[in-house]
Design a protein around this ligand. Structure first.
Ligand code: ATP
Length: 224
């Protein structure tokens, strides 16, 4: 078995790389999807958030009012409170998922895709650090301006009629998200491998194929 964390800044190409690993037969879970599932009415993060922030974060239909919650987190400076509630639950769910993967196949590679592998461990002192949670951590990198351009491009592909104001707001949002993430230069020395995604998808896929082979061998205890 091998527990792998796949990380990278906003727009670096984590989801793209994660999909390549899936196509090569690896089990990959997305931390964002885990977070969303736990925020559904009645689930653990939903209950913790409503108890802490109050009924004003609940819509009349009982679902979480994400816009209101984001406003409280970012505009009212309560992001650390929100993260302290949610990150330990998301991490516990990831751990549970990895246990299930290994119960089915003890030689599996279980990969968690998360933008915040290092950041979440910093904040959530109640959970094990990332070094205890993963045997390998992989980083997807591109220069910061390319992160912004690709992130904005992905959103504009879904909103082709966006006004110039809307485009500027998307870019501003991307820049402030990026500013909250630890710079790649600080993450690189902590990671076991770096995937350079500045080139074509084919160039990235070649790196992913090489890494997948190494990971598979390590999971079987054949090599480190
Ligand atoms: P986020 O943190 O915002 O979820 P991400 O790190 O998961 O982003 P992706 O969604 O995989 O990043 O990639 C961002 C955008 O860049 C997508 O539109 C994707 O199709 C595109 N992209 C990814 N890799 C490449 C590449 N090598 N060449 C060109 N475009 C790419």
């Amino acid at each position: 078995m091998l527990r792998v964390g796949l990380t990278g800044g906003i727009g670096s190409g984590k989801s793209t790389v994660a999909q390549m690993f899936r196509e090569l037969g690896m089990s990959v879970i997305e931390a964002d999807a885990v977070g969303r599932a736990l925020m559904e009415p009645g689930q653990s993060a939903y209950r913790a958030v409503v108890e802490h922030f109050g009924d004003k974060v609940v819509r009349p239909d009982g679902t979480l009012d994400r816009a209101r919650l984001a406003e409280m987190a970012f505009r009212e400076g309560r992001l650390a409170e929100l993260n302290a509630l949610v990150h330990p639950l998301v991490i516990a769910a990831q751990e549970e998922w990895m246990r299930e993967v290994f119960a089915r196949d003890p030689e599996a590679v279980a990969m968690v895709e998360s933008a915040l592998i290092f950041e979440a461990s910093h904040e959530a002192s109640s959970v094990p650090g990332w070094r205890d949670r993963f045997d390998r951590v992989l980083l997807v990198t591109v220069p910061d301006e390319m992160k912004i351009a690709r992130y904005v491009g992905r959103i504009l592909a879904m909103e082709p009629d966006a006004t110039p104001e809307r485009r500027a707001a998307i870019e501003q949002d991307a820049r402030s998200r990026l500013a909250r993430q630890i710079p790649d230069a600080e993450k690189i020395p902590l990671c076991d491998a770096v995937i350079d995604n500045t080139g074509t998808l084919a160039e990235t896929r070649a790196q992913v194929e090489r890494l997948a082979e190494e990971l598979r061998l390590a999971a079987r205890g054949v090599a480190r």
